[in-house]
Design a protein around this ligand. Structure first.
Ligand SMILES: *Cc1c(COP(=O)(O)O)cnc(C)c1O
Length: 239
C-alpha cells in the first residue's frame, strides 16, 4: 500500500493547483480563497497528516464522529468547521471544539448555540446556511433557510452573545431551478452575501464549492471551499 502521507500530499497538491488556476482565471488572488478539508468518515490519523501538510481548516458533519476526532487532534493548530445538520442536543458538544458552525438555519439553533458559547466562554463563528432549492421563505431538504430567511436569522446571530456572524454557506442544489447550474447557484449566493453585508459588513465569508464544483465557486467569488473526496478519496460510507 502506498504511504498515506504521500497520497494525501499528492491530492492536496492537485486541489491546490485547481484552486490556483480557478483564482487566476477569475482574476482573483490565491489568498482570497481558503481551503477547508472535509475529513468526515476519515480517521484522526488522516487529520494529523493533513495538519503536517499545512492544512489549517477541517470540517465535519456529524458530531458523533467529529467530537472524538477533534479531541484526538486537540494539540494541532486547526480550526474545526461544523457543516452538517445540527440538532440542539448536540450543541454542547459541538461548541466544545468548533470554531465555526456553517450550518445555522433556524432561530432555535441560534439560541442554543449562543447559550452554550456563553457558558463555555467561547466566541463561535456562524454562517447562515442558505438553501437554494427551498422556497423563498422555506427550508431546504438538506438544511438551510430559503433566501427570504437570511436577514432575520443573520440579525439574530449578530445580536446573540457569544456568536459572531461570519457570512453565508450553501451546497449546490440537486433539485429546483439551480439543479446542475452550480455557477448560477453560487452567483446567487454572492448576491445574497452582498445584501447581507450592507447591514453586516464583517460577515464577508462565503462558503461554497466542493470537490466537483470548486472552480465554479471560486469563479463566483467564494472565500472558502469545502473539499473532501478530492483530498481524502471516495468515502467508504455515506457521510
Ligand atoms: C461532504 C461535504 C463536503 C465535501 O464534499 P466532497 O464532494 O467530498 O468534496 C462539503 N460540504 C458539505 C456540507 C459536506 O457535507
Amino acid at each position: 500500500m502506498r504511504d498515506r502521507k504521500d497520497e494525501l500530499a499528492e491530492n492536496l497538491a492537485k486541489v491546490e493547483r485547481r484552486i490556483a488556476a480557478a483564482c487566476a482565471a477569475a482574476g482573483r488572488k490565491r489568498e482570497e480563497v481558503t481551503l477547508i478539508v472535509v475529513t468526515k468518515t476519515y480517521p484522526a490519523s488522516d487529520v494529523r497528516i493533513l495538519s503536517e501538510l499545512g492544512v489549517r481548516h477541517v470540517a465535519e458533519n456529524r458530531d458523533q464522529d467529529a467530537a472524538p476526532k477533534a479531541a484526538a487532534c486537540s494539540d494541532l493548530p486547526l480550526t474545526w468547521h461544523f457543516v452538517g445538520q445540527l440538532q440542539t442536543n448536540k450543541v454542547r458538544s459541538v461548541v466544545g471544539y468548533a470554531g465555526v458552525v456553517q450550518s445555522v438555519d433556524r432561530a432555535r439553533l441560534v439560541t442554543a448555540l449562543s447559550k452554550e458559547a456563553v457558558r463555555q466562554e467561547r466566541e463561535l463563528g456562524c454562517l447562515v446556511q442558505v438553501a437554494l432549492d427551498a422556497d423563498e421563505s422555506g427550508r431546504g431538504e438538506r438544511g438551510g433557510v430559503g433566501p427570504g430567511g437570511i436577514e432575520e436569522l443573520g440579525e439574530l446571530v449578530a445580536r446573540a452573545p457569544g456568536l459572531r456572524l461570519d457570512g453565508l454557506m450553501t451546497v449546490a442544489p440537486l433539485t429546483g431551478p439551480y439543479a446542475g447550474r452550480e455557477l448560477a447557484a453560487f452567483e446567487r449566493l454572492m448576491d445574497l452575501s452582498t445584501d447581507l453585508r450592507r447591514a453586516h459588513p464583517a460577515a464577508n465569508m462565503v462558503s461554497a464549492g466542493m470537490s466537483a464544483d470548486l472552480e465554479q465557486a471560486v469563479a463566483a467569488g467564494a472565500t472558502h471551499v469545502r473539499v473532501g473526496t478530492a483530498v481524502l478519496g471516495v468515502r467508504p460510507r455515506l457521510g
